[in-house]
Design a protein around this ligand. Structure first.
Ligand SMILES: [Zn+2]
Length: 454
């Protein structure tokens, strides 16, 4: 839909954001505006006779497209409530916001310091400090006002982000290993977590009584790895060991990090809950204890038909593994990859049934930011021979004929995303999954496009 007015001409926002010609239009408009200081870009969501001024903004240098469209300060309410620029949370046009059925989660195109080279996810880092995103929005339009510094807090906690990163990276390592010929089961996934990605680095790790520590530690050192117990055995006592490490010239005590599958919980005292988790690798179980409200808040049963993985920091106290902090993530049953809706479950099951190798980039961080211009594809399918990304997939969260306000906003964003993926068609296939029922799924074995082959 053409909703952007520039110098008397109407444009589609995707054309402006993701084509070379559109970028020229934005560049020219921005130059002109800097000379005249008169607004020259407008949103016409309320009709051509009531244009709302906007501006073009330059993006960080390393991105493929240099200019984006930005709402002017304090103009949100001038837009139509149906307009994507009306949304409180959207400041920058290419920030992706998706509302999923059953689970409202924001997708930010967040930076990540992981190393992704030529489409290969070489290194992943974990941060265990509070996960906050500061966003500086320079006020280019009203010179006499001080620039506005906006601080927004992610919906994802540090714990969630770690859990998602650990599981997606282990999955990625598994499917890109040419010795493996199918997607991992959760036992394979945890085996990789305990061994292959053991040396994943955690920055600002959670040291007892030391806030803001800058020290680093590896995942393997603080993650609880259940020892060789027989199946169905209570292995809680293995958790009651303090973890001391020599770091530099000091001995530091770290909390123990626990990742397991939710089995059950029960009240044990007023305000105290006992949580039973399973180790998906050994299939044995253990108990954690903690504050009732804290635990109930941490258990996010938001996708029915999904299992729940729990991540927690614990400290032993009076022979109990006490929870300091906790979060959780809905995952595909017996597989351990995150799922945010029943549509994603259908799609992932289809891929597994057809034995198509895939992975999911994390949704709370964006290591593939440069590769996809700030977009986070829902799934990426791999070419079986090279194990390189061949197909970009989106699993849409709304039916096309859903006319709710959220759906309209969702589809406007989705169309921009598709228009962007269209610009990559020399390198990647696309596969879009619309929520219509199983009969609409058509997934094909991915092969690398010529441009990607060496
Ligand atoms: Zn508007």
């Amino acid at each position: 839909m053409k909703t952007i007015l520039i110098n008397g001409n109407l444009y589609d926002s995707a054309y402006l954001l993701y084509t070379a010609e559109g970028q020229k239009v934005l560049e020219m408009a921005r130059k002109e505006k800097r000379k005249s200081n008169e607004p020259n870009i407008f949103c016409i969501c309320k009709g051509i006779h009531d244009p709302v001024p906007m501006h073009a903004k330059m993006k960080p240098k390393d991105e493929k497209y240099s200019y984006t469209l930005v709402r002017n300060p304090n103009t949100m309410h001038q837009h139509s409530p149906e307009c994507i620029r009306y949304s409180e949370r959207l400041m920058i046009e290419n920030e992706v916001v998706e509302e999923f059925e059953g689970m409202n989660m924001e997708k930010h195109s967040k930076q990540s310091n992981d190393k992704v080279v030529g489409g290969i996810w070489e290194e992943a880092l974990l941060y265990s400090n509070n996960y906050k995103v500061k966003e500086l929005v320079p006020n280019e339009d009203i010179k006499h006002e001080k620039s506005v510094r906006r601080k927004s807090t992610s919906k994802y906690t540090a714990m969630y982000t770690m859990l998602e990163k650990i599981t997606t990276f282990a999955w990625y390592k598994y499917v890109t290993n040419k010795n493996n010929n199918s997607n991992p089961k959760e036992g394979n996934l945890f085996h990789y977590i305990y061994t292959v990605i053991n040396d994943m680095e955690i920055r600002n790790s959670n040291i007892q009584n030391v806030k803001e520590s800058k020290s680093k530690i590896t995942l393997g050192k603080i993650l609880f790895k259940p020892g060789l117990g027989s199946k169905n055995e209570d292995i809680t006592k293995q958790l009651l060991i303090k973890r001391r490490f020599v770091i530099g010239n000091k001995i530091e005590v770290h909390k123990t990090l626990v990742i397991g599958k939710y089995l059950s919980h029960e009240d044990v005292e007023e305000n105290k809950i006992r949580l039973q988790l399973q180790d998906p690798y050994q299939k044995n179980y253990y108990y954690l204890y903690g504050n009732k409200q804290q635990i109930l808040n941490g258990l996010r049963f938001k996708v029915s038909e999904a299992s729940l993985y729990v991540i927690a920091y614990i400290t032993p106290l009076n022979n109990m593994a006490m929870i300091d902090s906790i979060d959780s993530m809905p995952v595909l049953n017996n597989r351990g990859i995150y799922v945010q809706s029943s549509y994603e479950i259908d799609y992932a099951e289809e891929l597994i049934e057809k034995n198509i190798l895939f992975f999911r980039p994390p949704s709370s961080e964006n290591p593939f930011k440069k590769m996809f211009n700030g977009n986070i594809p829902d799934f990426l399918l791999l070419d079986r021979n090279s194990r390189m990304v061949a197909t970009i997939c989106e699993v849409f969260g709304y039916k096309k004929d859903n006319n709710s306000e959220l759906s309209i906003k969702y589809w406007e964003k989705a169309r921009e995303k598709m228009a962007y993926y269209e610009t990559l068609k020399d390198s990647f296939y696309t596969n879009y999954w619309y929520p219509l029922g199983k009969e609409s799924i058509s997934v094909f074995e991915p092969n690398l496009k010529k441009k990607q082959r060496k």
